[in-house]
Design a protein around this ligand. Sequence first.
Ligand code: SF4
Length: 333
Amino acid sequence: MWTRNTNNSKQQGSGDSTQQKTTNSLSVPTALNWHCEAVCNYDCTFCYAPFEDQRKRSRLTSEEGCNVIENLGRAGIEKINFVGGEPMLHPHIQDWIRHSKKVGMTTSIVSNGTRMNGQFLSDMVGHLDWLGLSIDASSDELHAMMGRGLKGEIRQGYSDHLNRTKSIVQKARQLGFGIKLNTVVTSVNVDDDMSDLVRWINPNRWKIFQVLPIEGENDHMPREFLIDSSQFSEYVERHKMALSDVPEVEVVGENNDQMLGTYAMMDAQTLVYTNMNGHYEYSTQPVLDIGFSKAWEQVNHGFSNSQFQQRGGQWDWNRKTPISLPMVQGGDE
Ligand code: SF4
């Protein structure tokens, strides 16, 4: 019978300092981003998840993925976030969302929205808790300048991203999903005003990221895309002020320092990895073969639980979850 390892909660809050960020011996995450699909149909210039090598490898079977999910649950992962590439391109994404919920996890997906039709959303009611959409700008002219659009669109100099994602928001709201909005801020959109759009979307959480250079992943990105931390802060504070009358929208800014070493990630081949030093450091063996705990030991030095807490990683992801299945035995949310 499936049971959850609860040791993890005892390890949280053990209090590593910034210095310990590079030396802590055991920081086990409660949330995991599974980059389950390496391929993407978008062309974002700043993308730090292109996974060129992984695209050549075969995908996991549905059963393999479900076995990994069960192992993650036993290891203490409470929230799983399916990301990519574009996770909606994976043929087994629905199986894995369902299975994650079945073993008691909070489930989330971050998508560019291209395949997120009404049928998918209806099918996911009761299985998917949080729907995350990546929208970087208030206009598709800006999206086109950032490459945020289908590859064919971008090649032709336009993007229809905003139209697509707005129709998904409407459907998702009708069905009662929690909505997260993700925005990457670069020099292209740093002066944009997103407040009217955010007000319309009315997400539970708006996560704003400073564009992040990752060695070996987005080296192709023009350096002019980068912004400094003060430009980023100005963007975040300006929008916090503009949205102060809608306190139900939680606005969270994450600069480069806050992003490094605070994400536990697993790739499409189930290697776990971290990014503390500005590049990805991978386990040498996949979770599929050795289980999450052993794989995590290999990269644990690249993760800081206290920094994870400080950036709000342990946000109350159950708080506004309107739809979920009854928990199976072992679920502790
Ligand atoms: S949608 Fe996401 S994974 Fe795809 S290119 Fe854009 S940032 Fe990268």
